[in-house]
Design a protein around this ligand. Structure first.
Ligand SMILES: Cc1cc2nc3c(=O)[nH]c(=O)nc-3n(C[C@H](O)[C@H](O)[C@H](O)COP(=O)(O)O)c2cc1C
Length: 181
């Protein structure tokens, strides 16, 4: 069985981003995948301290919930980065996990998660696609460095706080999941 972990970066469990995450999750589960959704906002994840203690062995000196996030990432074939766009980037909740992901690298810039796939799901209020581009650039460069294959993205514009996600983007999230499953 293949496994996916969803790094869910919105603080809102009934907001826009969850609609995309659920659409993907439903298709993957239908196809027999194990899917674990991690509500990062509920976890205790401290900011990276920049000490590089993790590089030789992959173990961070901070004893917090990133241990579990790490375990689920290691067990997964697919990592789904799902986030609202906050100030043109990923949410702080997701960025904390991304910073702590330096523990997936080793001293010679090798990757401990090489070969896994990643996809990204973003929602944002603006109708202008440029609003999500800085985030997509960050994702692309991050995945390059971690030697993770960027297997697709869905970026949903026009997502007002109470507005919901337009059906075409839900359909895109389902199609992306189908392309992977
Ligand atoms: C702190 C904050 C920053 C935001 N920054 C942006 C932004 O830079 N560009 C944009 O289009 N929307 C921005 N938004 C709107 C959200 O990205 C958008 O409403 C998103 O769909 C919320 O997702 P959620 O319902 O899952 O929380 C921001 C919202 C908040 C609360």
């Amino acid at each position: 069985m293949k496994n996916a972990v969803i790094l869910f970066g919105s603080p809102r469990k009934k907001g826009n981003t969850v609609e995309l995450a659920r659409a993907m999750s439903a298709v993957l589960k239908d196809r027999g995948w194990g899917v674990r959704m991690l509500y990062l906002n509920d976890l205790n994840i401290r900011p990276c301290q920049g000490c590089y203690v993790c590089l030789p062995g992959g173990v961070c000196k901070i004893n917090d919930d990133m241990k579990d996030v790490r375990k689920y990432i290691m067990e997964s074939d697919l990592i789904v980065y799902a986030t609202p766009i906050y100030w043109f980037g990923p949410s702080g909740q997701l960025k904390l996990v991304m910073d702590r992901s330096i523990a997936f690298m080793d001293e010679s810039y090798g990757s401990r998660i090489e070969g896994k796939k990643a996809v990204t799901l973003t929602t944002f209020a603006d109708e202008d696609m440029d609003s999500c581009r800085p985030a997509i650039d960050i994702f692309r460069k991050t995945f390059d460095l971690l030697k993770v294959a960027y297997a697709g993205q869905v970026n949903a514009p026009g997502c007002q706080p109470e507005g919901g996600v337009r059906q075409e983007y839900i359909d895109k999230a389902r199609a992306l999941a189908e392309s992977l499953a």
